[in-house]
Design a protein around this ligand. Structure first.
Ligand code: KDO
Length: 330
């Protein structure tokens, strides 16, 4: 009896977990990300994506880069060691330099512009290259938010109005070339570091600051170990919901359509929440004692755009694509 009970309990757990069998194999969609469980992108995936695919797949997220280190997820998917990730254009630019066009400061204008760019025919060659050469499919575009400069110094110690004011500021940027370039373009001295090390580095003073959208500053509690936020809005940042192309191709056409719709619905839910949070959080951060202010954004825009246009990155951008992106904006 005990044995039978155990077996049926195991079977029930399997069914509750949403496991299904295609050709006798369970489909497990393990998703690895550097963000936390309470990050709005993570919440949307758990609440919207997971349940939508539960008839044939188990969505198994892991957070805080515990399964794969930040920046190693695409290779893991490519090698068949991971099924899904929430990846970035900066990570894709490591493999395909032309993706740096989506990492350039002051190019994307807002969340709607990101969606328009992702769904425009201009994105198709980018999309296809990632499938063909990396075995990764980009299902949908997620909104991370407008990145702001967040420093340990008080405004009294250092007021940042133009890129010149960031000279010598040791600014943590994520660890790829595209990110480091953005840090330099802002006028700072960038230091590469994985996201999950940033809180400690800020608290010990190993770095002067970091850049991220306000929802991330709050979710990762960076406001506890910093004093000011300069609203540069230098990058309207995005992520892509990425899935193994081999896994995607192993699904039936109906299942593929469900996965696609689930990803789009999760991206939309996450976008709505992230935008709401972005609107609310200045007040919250000020309540926590942070100084939050606008610099001379035009001076930052001018310096950053000039840096990109004169860079080696711009040489990899396919002819005409920047104009097409701009034409999709306001
Ligand atoms: C970061 O490392 O600062 C960054 O914001 C980069 C993004 O591309 C994304 O990976 C994000 O971290 C993580 O998901 C944590 O929010």
């Amino acid at each position: 009896l005990t044995r039978r009970t155990t077996l049926s309990a195991a079977l029930a757990a399997t069914l509750v977990g949403g496991m299904a069998f295609a050709d006798g194999h369970a489909i497990e969609l393990r998703m690895s990300m550097a963000g936390s469980e309470t990050d709005q992108r993570a919440v949307a995936m758990t609440e919207v994506f997971g349940p939508a695919v539960a008839d044939f797949a188990t969505y198994t997220p892991s957070y805080n880069a515990t399964l794969f280190a930040q920046g190693t997820e695409l290779e893991a998917i490519s090698r068949g060691n991971l099924e899904m990730s929430i990846t970035s254009a900066q990570e894709l630019a490591q493999f395909f330099p032309e993706f740096s066009i989506f990492t350039a400061g002051y190019v994307h204008q807002d969340a709607a512009h990101q969606v328009a760019v992702f769904n425009d025919p201009l994105f198709e060659p980018f999309h296809q290259t990632v499938i063909d050469e990396l075995g990764v499919r980009l299902l949908s575009v997620m909104y991370l938010g407008r990145r702001q400069v967040n420093l340990r110094q008080t405004r009294e110690e250092l007021e940042v109005m133009t890129p010149d004011d960031l000279a010598g500021v040791n600014l943590r940027m994520p660890g790829t070339d595209a990110w480091q370039f953005l840090g330099s373009a802002l006028g700072a001295a960038p230091t590469p570091m994985a996201f999950n090390e940033v809180y400690t580095a800020l608290s010990t003073g190993a770095v002067d600051g970091q850049d991220n959208p306000l929802p991330t500053v709050v979710d990762a509690r960076f406001y506890e170990v910093t004093n000011q936020i300069v609203l540069t809005s230098h990058l309207v940042d995005l992520n892509y919901i990425a899935i193994s192309e081999a896994v995607f191709q192993s699904l039936t056409p109906e299942q593929q359509a469900t996965v696609q719709e689930a990803a789009d619905a999760a991206a939309e839910a996450g976008r709505v929440r992230q935008l709401e949070l972005e609107g609310e959080l200045v007040a919250f951060l000020e309540g926590e004692g942070m100084e939050v202010y606008e610099p001379d954004v035009a001076a930052f825009r001018e310096a950053v755009q000039a840096a990109y246009l004169g860079s080696e990155f711009a040489e990899t951008w396919p002819e005409g694509v920047l104009d097409q992106i701009n034409a999709l904006g306001a």
